[in-house]
Write a protein that binds this ligand. Structure first.
Ligand code: FUC
Length: 819
């Protein structure tokens, strides 16, 4: 017996060591306990689950993407239109507070302020006697999308594997024990839902049925059904009216299937019972290994497209939570690579074509009343969720968001018409599964008209990366409608020849000069968004050879948008008046939308604005909420300042300090606003990509922001606009030494390089001449560059780069080498 025990512990020790050497694993030496933010997320875009890994009382937290409170509803305020002239007049008279008070009454919704993404509940697995366990190990393998728990009790090894199958639309758990007949447990559901029922049906399936909550005057109408079936190898199963009891099994496979009646935001005619059963019957008829293999294959089709190697140090041998604790002072570049790939893992797991887009918490929420309803905040958070989609080669994962934009382009037409007397469509700063487009919260936050417009730019971005004209044709009505709204909504700024958005706000911020009111006319971010919306509508219409007169209208109006201004502190002005406070540390730095994700501020085209943007970034400081730090990684990458971007990654990849307004990362690598918000994960993943590759400013810029911390490494599979894929790039001592690019659309490949490169057969590359002829790299002039590029670089303290042109052919791969 002693020998047996010894062998088992040795095996476990070896096994743990093997796991520790796997690069793409989150692992822990202790279970999650009660803390949800310790549990490990799995998901397939339809179902989400949190695996706690508790030996005695295991919890599997369950979500389904369409389980939302309420039902089809609208939340427009019909008083808006009549009050609009007065609100505008008050703003122009400097009576911002009065304008806000009026907007609270006439513009803000008197109905729903958005519905809530709600949990289904938990599956509890109780293992009597599994109290004092040894050899405990918990991991999430993000290369396979499988969570594993292992431990031993009285010399018997137990293990659990869990995955949310991409191939079979169910969650599968396999419980095993090292000794035949030693697996005994009870399974039951719990749920915070008010209106729910547990039962055991057909003598075999554990069931939860329910209807989601009423909320803010909207009756809960999502009917959901969760089924759980257990298949045993050995042993036997009995039941009570609400639980299943397993005795003396060798292994058990648990299948969880959840479905709802949701067909679309306006149709709840689905049969949740039938759906849940069909998925369950289909999956539970297959052997576990077959299911697991199909799941991994389906997942890896996306995940394996990108690799990132920043080197491995001693620090990487520790459990993930320990690494997080030490990251600020340790040299652990592999944790960044892991966190980066975890961002891609989360997007694949929470956003699949045909499903709902990733919300504030992706697809993972255990609260019946979650923070900010776990819905869609579209003045930054939802857009940020999708920044990594195209560039990290997960274009398919963009689909649910793009579908949502197309739906908002329909529901938002009524809002545009009823509230603002405008054609086209619009959405304010929030939306939800019902595609509500009214103004919510209070005017301070909700009186913002550019949510739909910003989202619409994702349609254009998808086109720039893929060159898919069929997609552009289908997306064009939404792009056109976003522009049409502003054609009707913009008004003249008194005394200037400018057309501005009014009322608007610079998301959630107020200048000190405005008596605490956020409302204003012509704020910088609105101007920038309208500029983009007009540009993309013009470009799309040109490409599709349509709407010539409309293009002219847009061009004329575009020329009257206010320019960006550099203010008295050398900052980029957030508002039209020079009223920024250099000590303002607000988490939103909305006016830098023009730097990223947009491309209106460039060191090569608008050096003065670029320098002003840097001043603004320095004023705002680094430490802030999770997503704000994620955004800043992107900005500092655009500033070509890798060390500063890395500094932000360090701040973000640290346990919560508890300090007010400062975010960080939970043990399970979820981003902390706090509370958990997934945008920070996605924002940082995007930012890390921008450190290696940028493609918005007229060229494919390689290694634009490499920090001192990563002298050598390699990355592959990243995407650039115009259908280019960086199949592989390697750098050594900060020099790019190898580059392989695939051109899927052909056209000129303009590279901006950190050092000289040659073709695969040693030929020099041709220096770039004139404008980039590649249409996907077309740049709208924003402001004239005031200095020569050389002078600019000196002024901006940027490293020199080399600009070369390579004509490419569709489908061909090009290899280059450096020193
Ligand atoms: C915006 C942000 C908050 C938070 C919320 C969900 O309102 O200003 O920080 O992220 O969205």
């Amino acid at each position: 017996m002693r020998f047996y025990l010894f062998t088992i512990s040795l095996l476990l020790v070896f096994d743990c060591t093997a796991q520790q050497n796997k690069a793409l694993v989150l692992w822990y030496r202790q279970p999650s306990g009660e803390k949800w933010e310790n549990a490990l997320p799995i998901g397939n875009g339809r179902l989400g689950a949190m695996v706690y890994g508790n030996p005695e009382e295991e919890i599997i937290g369950l979500n389904e993407h369409t389980v939302w409170s309420g039902g089809p509803n609208r939340n427009d305020n019909p008083l808006a239109l009549a009050s609009l002239p007065e609100i505008r007049a008050l703003i122009f008279q400097g009576k911002h507070k009065e304008a806000e008070t009026l907007a609270n009454r006439t513009i803000i919704s008197k109905k729903s302020h958005g519905q809530m993404f709600q949990p289904v509940g938990n599956l509890h697995l109780s293992f009597p006697g599994h109290k004092n366990v040894g050899q405990y190990y918990l991991e999430l393998d993000i290369e396979k999308a499988v969570a594993t728990t292992r431990y031993s009790v009285d010399g018997v090894e137990y293990s659990r594997e869990a995955f949310a199958s991409f191939a079979d639309r169910v969650i599968v758990l396999k419980l095993s024990s090292g000794k035949p007949g030693s697996l005994s447990f009870t399974a039951r559901y719990s749920s915070p839902q008010m209106n729910k029922k547990y039962s055991v049906s057909g003598g075999k399936d554990l069931e939860i049925t329910g209807v989601t909550s009423d909320h803010e005057g909207v009756a809960g109408q999502i009917a959901f059904k969760g089924l759980c079936r257990i298949k045993l190898n050995g042993g036997f199963m009995t039941q009570t009216d609400t639980s299943l009891l397993v005795q003396g099994a060798n292994t058990a496979t648990i299948f969880i299937s959840i479905a709802t009646n949701f067909n679309s935001y306006k149709d709840l005619g689905g049969d949740e019972k039938k759906r849940a059963l069909v998925y369950l019957d289909k999956a539970s008829g297959k052997p576990y290994e077959t299911l697991k293999k199909a799941h991994i294959t389906a997942y890896q089709k996306y995940f394996n497209r990108v690799h990132l190697d920043l080197g491995v140090t001693e620090a990487a041998s520790l459990p993930t939570d320990e690494r997080l604790k030490h990251f600020a002072t340790a040299n652990d570049p592999q944790l960044v690579a892991l966190y980066y790939q975890f961002g891609r893992y989360l997007l694949i797991s929470s956003s699949q074509a045909g499903g709902q887009p990733a919300n504030l918490q992706g697809i993972w929420n255990h609260r019946i009343n979650p923070p900010w309803d776990s819905k869609y905040t579209i003045n930054i958070n939802t857009e940020m969720n999708y920044w990594p989609a195209e560039k990290t080669n997960l274009s398919e994962m963009h689909e649910p968001l793009l579908q949502m934009v197309k739906e908002l382009a329909l529901t938002g037409q009524e809002t545009a018409r009823v509230m603002y007397g405008a054609r086209g469509w619009m959405a304010h700063h929030n939306t939800d599964i019902w595609r509500a487009t009214g103004a919510v919260d209070a005017a301070f936050w909700g009186m913002w008209t550019s949510g739909g417009a910003w989202l619409s730019q994702h349609l254009w971005e998808r086109y720039l990366y893929t060159g898919d004209k069929k997609f552009l044709t289908a997306a064009y009505p939404a792009l056109k409608g976003a522009a049409l709204f502003y054609v009707d909504f913009l008004i003249e700024y008194p005394g200037k020849n400018w057309l501005v958005v009014s009322p608007g706000n610079s998301p959630e911020n107020a200048p000190p000069a405005h008596q605490g009111s956020s409302l204003d006319a012509g704020v910088t971010m609105d101007n920038q968004i309208v500029f983009d919306v007009f540009n993309t509508a013009i470009r799309a219409a040109e490409i599709l050879k349509t709407d010539e007169a409309f293009r002219d209208t847009l061009r004329q109006m575009r020329s009257k948008l206010p320019p960006m201004h550099v203010g008295r502190h050398n900052q980029l002005q957030e508002w039209l008046d020079d009223i920024d406070d250099p000590n303002d540390r607000h988490r939103h730095v909305s006016h830098l939308y023009g730097l990223f994700p947009s491309n209106q501020i460039s060191p090569y085209r608008t050096p003065e604005l670029f320098a002003a943007a840097r001043t603004t970034l320095l004023h705002r400081g680094d430490v802030s909420t999770g997503w704000s730090m994620g955004w800043k990684v992107n900005w500092w990458a655009k500033m070509q300042d890798g060390n500063h971007a890395y500094q932000l990654i360090r701040s973000q990849l640290s346990p919560l300090s508890g300090e007010q307004g400062s975010g960080g990362t939970y043990n399970n690598l979820f981003d902390a606003h706090p509370p958990f918000q997934i945008d920070g994960n996605f924002g940082c993943t995007s930012g890390i990509t921008e450190m290696f590759l940028q493609s918005a400013d007229g060229a494919v810029h390689l290694l634009p922001a490499l920090p001192e911390a990563w002298p050598s490494g390699s990355a592959g599979g990243l995407k650039a606009r115009g259908g280019f894929e960086i199949v592989n790039m390697e750098w050594k001592d900060y020099q790019l030494v190898k580059l392989v690019v695939k051109s899927s659309l052909g056209g000129n490949l303009r590279l901006r390089l950190p050092n000289e490169m040659k073709t695969g057969n040693g030929k020099a590359l041709n220096a770039a001449v004139g404008k980039n002829s590649n249409p996907f790299y077309y740049l709208e002039e924003t402001a004239p560059a005031i200095l020569s590029e050389k002078a600019n670089l000196k002024l901006l303290e940027l490293k020199p780069t080399l600009l070369v042109d390579i004509p490419t052919k569709k489908g061909k791969v090009y290899t280059f080498s450096g020193h």
